[in-house]
Design a protein around this ligand. Structure first.
Ligand SMILES: C=CC1=C(C)c2cc3[nH]c(cc4nc(cc5[nH]c(cc1n2)c(C)c5CCC(=O)O)C(CCC(=O)O)=C4C)c(C)c3C=C
Ligand SMILES: [Fe+2]
Ligand SMILES: [Fe+2]
Length: 343
């Protein structure tokens, strides 16, 4: 039944294939990797590389990986995003919808549905489910959502929430989600973030002369930090570690899921291989680049990463779940949405 809602909240996540069939994974990977903000090379070269080499080889392997995490309700990332939507809808009277950057539902589908159910809508608040700015995650999601919004000539406004990497409530929620795992004895906590090419960090530098150019760029104040993925994740890690009282020598950062050369280092898989030799036997791993657990956390870290670490001599490996539907995270979003003035 239609209610008189002036405002709606739209959660946007990355998206997953429609199924684990190779043809669906192929379609998803083509859409994903043909995105010029993900593989930023000239269009024709991208077509040849993505459609001719990467996707044909990757699709069957990715399909197998997706099969290992798929649930009867579908992809964990989609299921968990829907669960977050439901948890929020219990607390917010305005409609809460979801959209994906790749695959379904698209922002257009979400806008059309919202408008049909709530013709009086005056504003849609877009919350990209990425704490940190990266051209291949936050930026592409926002630009795609705006593009579909402009094409559709919708009667409501679109307001976008900025990356929330240092938001006090978000940090508090993340710390609360990690804290119970730190009660058992552990040697080290690894913050494993999705990697990006170093070129992307330089490209997103609005000053053109700071990121990966100045010594300790991420710790040296600069306007470039508003769009610097590395700076923002360094800040998240530092704030969470401080909140949890974890000393500097007991935590570190690494980067997972690389595809090609020249990506941010140190690489998670290499660190997992080396840590047992450095005396780190009991390891906790958190993946704060992701709000919802997904292929990259469950399979890459929870299955492959664990095997790498234990095989190298590690004794215990604990993957800390993403924020997913943690009550403190749900409350963070409720507060954020509630505090926004209508624009
Ligand atoms: C922080 C968020 C993410 C960034 C930044 C990001 C960059 C990025 N990713 C690829 C390539 C792939 N990523 C894949 C999966 C995937 N990536 C993210 C998030 C970020 N990616 C998520 C949440 C997921 C999981 C999706 C799911 O359905 O569970 C994949 C597909 C799976 C696979 O084949 O490994 C690819 C490919 C690049 C190239 C990139 C930056 C340039
Ligand atoms: Fe990715
Ligand atoms: Fe930086």
């Amino acid at each position: 039944m239609a209610t008189k809602a002036k405002r709606a909240l739209l959660l946007m996540n990355l998206g997953s294939p429609d199924s684990t069939a190779v043809k669906d994974v192929r379609r998803y990977l083509n859409e994903f990797l043909m995105d010029g903000r993900v593989i930023d090379i000239p269009y024709l070269v991208r077509v040849l590389l993505v459609k001719g080499i990467i996707v044909p080889f990757r699709a069957p392997k990715s399909a197998e990986a997706y099969r290992s995490i798929w649930t009867k309700e579908g992809s964990p990332l989609i299921v968990l995003t829907k669960q977050l939507q439901e948890a929020l809808q219990h607390q917010i009277v305005e409609p809460v919808a979801i959209a994906m950057r790749y695959g379904n539902p698209s922002p257009k589908q979400a806008y059309d549905h919202l408008l049909k159910e709530h013709p009086e809508l005056e504003e849609v608040v877009l919350l990209p489910l990425y704490p940190h700015y990266a051209m291949s995650s936050y930026e592409t999601a926002v630009e795609y959502a705006k593009e579909q919004y402009e094409k559709g000539h919708y009667p409501f406004k679109l307001h976008t929430i900025q990356p929330f990497y240092d938001d006090a409530d978000y940090i508090d929620a993340l710390a609360q989600s990690i804290q119970p795992y730190t009660e058992e004895a552990y040697d080290h906590i690894l913050f494993s973030y999705h990697g990006v090419p170093q070129r992307h960090i330089r490209k997103s530098d609005t000053t053109g002369c700071h990121c990966l150019k100045v010594n300790n760029c991420c710790e040296t104040a600069s306007p470039a930090h508003a769009t610097c993925y590395r700076h923002q994740l360094v800040v998240t890690t530092k704030l969470v570690a401080e909140k949890l009282g974890i000393p500097k020598e007991k935590y570190s950062i690494s980067f997972q899921s690389r595809l090609g050369k020249g990506w941010l280092e140190p690489f998670t898989d290499k660190r997992l291989e080396a840590m047992p030799g450095e005396g780190i036997k009991k390891l906790l791993v958190a993946c704060p680049a992701f709000i919802s657990d997904c292929l990259e956390t469950i399979e890459e870290i929870g299955e492959e990463g664990k095997e790498t670490f234990l095989h190298a001599g590690g004794e215990s490996f604990t993957l800390i779940p993403c924020l997913n539907t943690h009550p403190a995270w749900v409350n963070t979003i409720v507060k954020k949405f509630g505090n926004l003035e209508m624009s």
